[in-house]
Design a protein around this ligand. Structure first.
Ligand SMILES: [Zn+2]
Length: 270
């Protein structure tokens, strides 16, 4: 089975500290055939909704990638992507920041912040006092995701059900997205119209984002473009639960998954 991890962060991301070379070595050790780096790029300054004025240091990213290629590229296929977060704060500004980007293989579009109603707070800092408050935030998140999906200038939508990571793993809730069927269906329909796919985020071995119910819905609606990624920020999680989530995709009716080259999907049998 072809094994690819399509969501990983190196020290180019503000919240990670390993060189791409270390992440690539870990991917070889985990038996992967392919690794895509998806470091964070956002139009806003972290933990605010203020637009970032400083240009992106693409040279640092491509130098890091070249070093990984030189060190490990003969043992694994490496791809250069980004995780483009929270573009809905300003699509125009995002497009400006990306205008001098190098040629990328892959872009994850994702959301990490709640809307202005919540002061644009990062989900990491969202501390609802009750299940009702938590679900209101979960709904708000989907509204943000819907805006991203309508824009659609990315390859796949990242971690559709991300609030569940924070609420269930860190805040002691046991929530699901049950009850948001029509909102999620609307997001999938828009993504399909825009030619975008989704990812199944293996969430470093925790509950996959999104889970089985939503993967089946996406498949039923005709969704075919799907990647698998761990969201590893450290070498130990590179490749984590990729095999298990390939099985989950088979169980949900998928026959193929994707990798990308120069923004074009390449399909692999599951
Ligand atoms: Zn993310």
């Amino acid at each position: 089975m072809y094994l690819a991890d399509y969501h990983t962060h190196s020290r180019i991301s503000q919240d990670a500290r390993y060189p791409m070379t270390d992440m690539a070595e870990a991917a070889v050790a985990a038996g992967l055939d392919e690794l895509c780096f998806t470091d964070h790029i956002e139009p806003i300054i972290w933990y605010s909704t203020e637009l970032r004025q400083e240009p992106i240091d693409w040279a640092a990213m491509t130098a890091e990638f070249a070093a990984a290629e030189a060190a490990v590229g003969d043992r694994i296929r490496l791809r250069l992507g980004i995780e483009l977060g929270d573009a809905m704060w300003s699509f125009a500004h995002t497009e400006k920041l990306l205008s001098d980007a190098p040629e990328l293989d892959f872009v994850i579009g994702s959301v990490h912040t709640l809307s202005e109603t919540y002061g644009g707070i990062d989900l990491y800092l969202f501390e609802p006092k009750s299940e009702q408050e938590a679900r209101a935030g979960m709904r708000d998140y989907l509204e943000q995701v819907y805006k991203m999906a309508k824009w659609g200038k990315f390859s796949v939508l990242g971690h559709l059900t991300l609030p569940l990571r924070y609420l269930n793993e860190y805040r002691g809730f046991s929530l699901t997205y049950d009850g948001f069927e029509s909102e999620i269906e609307d997001i999938f329909r828009v993504l399909l119209e825009r030619g975008c796919g989704i990812e199944v985020n293996t969430n470093r071995g925790n509950a996959p984002l999104p889970g089985e119910k939503w993967l089946k819905m996406y498949r039923r609606l005709g969704g075919e473009v799907i990647t698998l990624g761990t969201d590893a920020h450290t070498p130990e999680f590179v490749g984590c639960a990729i095999r298990e989530r390939q099985q989950l995709l088979r169980d949900c009716g998928f026959k193929r998954f994707c990798t990308f080259e120069k923004m074009r999907p390449i399909f692999h049998e599951l």
